[in-house]
Design a protein around this ligand. Sequence first.
Ligand code: TYD
Length: 205
Amino acid sequence: MKKGFFITLEGPDGSGKTTQAKRLGAYLEKIGLEVVLTREPGGTDLAETLRSLALSPEITMSKRVESLLHVAARADHVDKVIRPSLKAGKVVICDRFSDSTLVYQGLLGGMDLDELERLSLFGSAGLMPDVTFLIDGDPRILLTRRQARGVTDKFEAQGLSFQETIRQGYLSLSARYPERILLIDGEGDPDSITRTLIKKVEKFL
Ligand code: TYD
């Protein structure tokens, strides 16, 4: 394995990626790797502050400003947490990264994708994930699964057509970066999704 390994998880809200990131991290630690589990927007004090601004329902802002807040949060996170951890040879698992900006502010928000990509690369100082797992599934099925667990949240509140738009956005990104973005079937049970993730990560290590 080269110095450090950078894994990101992407997918619509409620796709289960946070749970899967934790499970994958726990497994990699069990086999003796040093793991840093983190998330975006966030991961540092400054980035968490920017997160609360970017996601605040009370503050209105243009998509341009929203993009800059997410990218600024990423810059701080990369500088203070991600890059130093990779340099130290650790595995970094990040719940969302630059693909979220491309989907939410770009494909959904209408910001120009090429411009946003350049901005995002400026924010990460050129850092990109070694691999990105896209947890994909039919929003109707994901919703039914969540309802069965008694989870009623943002996913439901945003509505199925919004979730479908996010899904299509991610699928088009995965077609743009087929080598880096690997599709994971998110419709199965959580245990089998974890097994699939582990199998795929083991190939890189
Ligand atoms: P969060 O509650 O962490 O959602 P989830 O559990 O689904 O990850 O909120 C993160 C939100 O921020 C999510 O709706 C996507 C959005 N986001 C962006 O719009 N742009 C970005 O660059 C990032 C990283 C996240």
